[in-house]
Write a protein that binds this ligand. Structure first.
Ligand code: MG
Length: 383
């Protein structure tokens, strides 16, 4: 039995983690659970899971929780939520909290010596330069939950340090992969929220349409697998069946294939190195199955190129880009700016960032805050 602390239980990954745990009651037990502010869903989850410890980071939302199971100690507030990430009885902490906020939970889990199942991208995009050395110094293993990184990790035999020649990250191409460049000016949030193959949260679905998400995944792979940027290639693969590939020194390529379900990488991050049974990921090779790969035309996806450039430049640039991206996507979703303005805002914020080496969580928090302000300024000029 593995004891799990689940951070971000009400988001898309959090909800699927709960399904995985409930489908394997003899393998996984969620002992601690935290979320931000979605109190109605959190209350339902409490009744279902009955964790020993639970917290909502938003104190006002925590006050709205009416019923808490007798088995559960429930608290409200940011530090109470943070305590879930270092809950003593947890063997694995799955950090699925969204956005920059996820970084502090990952750092807390690592500082407590817990195995980190990592679904939060910002942990490595913004904080990779200190999170990876911190995990090494504490002897903490990181289990990737992002489907592409899970695929690469599987191809490397669950060894983040295994040798390879090239990492090949697949991208569906997002909602607008077949649109002409000029048509992008007028796409609506509703159109952007229809992802062709994956069902995910709103922010990441928009980031998939701009391919900013794919750029972030290149940065994640750089940190996670110690890969030079020259050794990471992204290719378009519209079917989302091959989740990523690894090329080795002799030219052999290993790929991981399955139906697009996040439950596979979630479950594997919790059960590794054992593979447990899972329904819904199987492919039917008795039916026609075609797999297609196309070069990723960077000119079509300026957010992707910007993210890669920020990754290469390093330091605080990816953190500033992430903050700008979050603010710009929110502005697009509330129809304040156009789809193509997401890049304009992100690029403007990155250009004005005074790049520094990454030193601490406090420093990154300040970089994040100031980048958000600059993004808001740019948005008010565009709107
Ligand atoms: Mg992914």
């Amino acid at each position: 039995m593995k004891n799990i602390a689940l951070i971000g239980s009400t988001g898309s990954i959090g909800r699927q983690t709960i399904e995985v745990a409930l489908e394997n009651p003899d393998k996984f037990k969620i002992v601690a659970m935290a979320a931000d502010s979605s109190y109605a869903l959190f209350e339902k989850q409490l009744a279902l899971i009955k964790p020993e410890y639970a917290a909502l980071a938003d104190s006002a939302a925590a006050e709205k929780i009416a019923e808490v199971p007798a088995e559960t100690k429930f608290c409200g507030g940011k530090s109470a939520a943070l305590a879930a990430a270092s809950y003593e009885k947890a063997d694995v902490v799955l950090v699925a909290a969204g956005g920059f906020a996820g970084l502090k939970y990952s750092a807390a889990a690592i500082n407590a010596g817990k195995t980190l199942a990592l679904a939060n991208k910002e942990t490595l995009v913004c904080g990779g330069d200190f999170i990876i050395p911190l995990a090494k110094s504490k002897g903490v293993a990181i289990m990737p939950v992002d489907s592409e990184h899970s695929a690469i990790w599987q191809c490397l035999g669950f060894d983040l340090g295994a040798p390879f020649r090239r990492l090949i990250i697949t991208a569906s191409g997002g909602a607008f992969r077949d649109l002409e460049q000029k048509e992008l000016e007028n796409v609506t949030p509703q159109m952007a929220l229809k992802h062709p193959t994956w069902n995910m949260g709103a922010k990441i679905t928009i980031d998939s349409a701009t391919l900013l998400n794919k750029g972030f995944e290149v940065i994640e792979a750089h940190h996670l697998f110690g890969a030079d940027y020259d050794k990471i290639t992204a290719v378009l693969h519209p079917q989302s069946i091959v989740h990523s590939m690894v090329e080795f020194s002799d030219g052999a390529v290993l790929a991981q294939l399955s139906c697009p379900t996040m439950k596979l990488p979630i479950q594997l991050a919790l059960s590794c190195p054992v593979r447990e049974r899972l329904k819904g990921a199987e492919l039917d090779f008795t039916k026609l199955l075609s797999l297609e790969f196309r070069p990723l035309e960077e000119g079509r996806y300026p957010c992707f190129s910007l993210a890669k450039a920020c990754g290469r430049a390093g330091g605080t640039l990816p953190c500033a880009l992430n903050a700008a991206g979050e603010v710009a996507v929110r502005a697009f979703l509330s129809e304040k700016i156009k789809f193509t303005d997401i890049f304009r805002v992100a690029d403007g914020v990155v250009q004005s960032e005074n790049r520094q080496s990454v030193r601490s969580l406090e420093q990154l928090t300040e970089v994040d805050r100031s980048a958000r302000l600059r993004a808001e300024e740019l948005i008010s000029k565009l709107a």
